[in-house]
Design a binder for this molecule. Structure first.
Ligand code: HEC
Length: 398
């Protein structure tokens, strides 16, 4: 990778630094930061000597002696050699590493601490966009020598990897399995023929994210924001985890999958549009949406396999209608304690539903209320729910 900073054997010693005769001192040039230096300091040193640690969590390690980057280590090479190597090492102060580990680490230092510091390299700090729309198969062979972004659309039409790609301003169309380890922003993303969509560094989607059909593996470990819609249509994945997703600007729609069992939206806080979950008979967990504070549109759950919907406890704003129908497994519907007003309320054809509670703050329904064909639901539950609620439309209960 060209943008990476390489510290070759020997480096450039500063004026005061003792000069290593690297050729003579380096018995094993295969040792690098990645395979030797970083694993060693991560286990033995950075629990105290880490730039992200402050105050007491440094356990007394002097401020500024941070070894979480290669640069941090090379700045302190002589001090580290003095304290962590030799006959009487005093670092780490507890739980010493084996002599063998120390030996290997010492050899790497003696070789001039070669390796590549990913953190220092910051491949995405500067933007170098290739103009226009492109396909993976047609990218210039020297793409990564010159660019780290695509200004238009990018079609991932063949398997492979693009290590340097940080952003795509247009649409990313996923048709093949492509490793994009640093891709962190895309205009939009669409996959309808791919099987696996794994984007470990993706943080933001400026438009829509849609996954359809054969997608059976979808991983977005760092994704925080989708400014447009999130569509999951007939996906073949049993589980879709969006563990860090906080914001969906448009609609969140999942429909038509017999296998989708878990939808992890652990940190979701806002949905600008509607939340529509339809024809997902295997979906047993919408997990747990305990953080969801506002929904700009409707909430519709139709033919969804969940047993209970009781996790919308912190939802304060629901600007549309609430519909829960044809949920064969649903036993409990409760927990919308903070919602004050909804446009309409429909609870219909849920054969096992017997608890309908927790709408404590509900004061007004802007349209109709329909609560019918829920054979196990006691009339007292319905009466309790509607007590004190102003309904602008008609009320249908049976
Ligand atoms: C449990 C916490 C802890 C761990 C783990 C630890 N250190 Fe330290 N380190 C300290 C403390 C506390 C000091 C300051 C007291 C001292 O110098 O003995 C220190 C001081 C140092 C210094 C002296 C800095 C200077 O020039 O004044 C060096 C060098 C150092 N450590 C290297 C290391 C290395 C290398 C490792 C891993 C092999 C390591 N330490 C692991 C706590 C730790």
């Amino acid at each position: 990778m060209v943008l990476a900073l390489w510290l070759a054997c020997g480096g450039q010693p500063g004026p005061d630094a003792p000069v290593h005769d690297t050729a003579a001192d380096c018995p094993d040039p295969s040792l690098t930061w990645e395979n030797t230096g970083q694993p060693f300091v991560t286990t033995w040193c950075t629990p105290c000597h880490h730039s992200a640690l402050e105050g007491e969590s440094r356990f007394g390690a002097p401020i500024g002696t941070d070894y979480d980057t290669l640069d941090g280590v090379t700045q302190w090479i002589e001090r580290i050699e003095a304290r962590a190597l030799g006959d009487d090492p005093t670092m780490p102060p507890v739980l010493p590493p084996s002599d063998e580990e120390r030996g290997r680490f010492g050899t790497w230092l003696a070789c001039g601490a070669p390796g590549q510091d990913i953190v220092d390299a910051q491949p995405c700090a500067d933007v170098h966009d290739l103009a226009g729309d492109h396909a993976m198969s047609g990218l210039p062979t020297d793409f990564c020598d010159v660019y780290n972004g695509v200004a238009g659309d990018l079609r991932l039409d063949e398997d492979g990897s693009v290590d340097c790609l940080c952003r795509v301003d247009g649409e990313v169309l996923v048709e093949a399995t492509v490793e994009l380890p640093v891709l962190h922003t895309v205009g939009s993303l669409h996959a309808s023929t791919a099987v696996s969509v794994v984007l470990p560094a993706l943080v933001e989607v400026a438009g829509d994210l849609s996954l359809e059909g054969p997608v059976s593996q979808a991983e977005f470990a760092l994704l925080e924001r989708i400014e447009g819609d999130l569509h999951l249509t007939g996906v073949a994945a049993a589980e879709i985890d969006l563990p860090l997703l906080q914001h969906v600007g448009g609609d969140l729609v999942a429909t038509g999958s017999d296998v989708l069992t878990i939808l992890d939206l652990y940190r979701l806080q806002t949905i600008g549009g509607s939340l529509l979950l339809e024809d997902l008979p295997a979906l047993s967990r919408v997990d747990p949406t305990n953080s969801l504070e506002s929904i700009g549109g409707d909430v519709v759950l139709r033919n969804v396999g969940i047993e209970r919907l009781d996790t919308l406890r912190v939802l304060e704003e629901l600007d549309g209608a609430l519909t829960v129908s044809e949920c064969a497994e649903l036993l409990y519907l409760r927990g919308l304690d903070l919602v004050v007003e909804v446009d309409a309320l429909t609870v219909e054809s849920n054969p096992q539903l017997w608890v309908l509670r927790g709408f404590d703050a509900l004061g007004r329904v802007g349209g109709d209320v329909i609560i019918r064909d829920n054979p196990d639901l006691p009339a007292s539950e319905v009466d309790a729910l509607l007590q004190g609620v102003i309904v602008e439309g008609t009320v249908t209960t049976e």
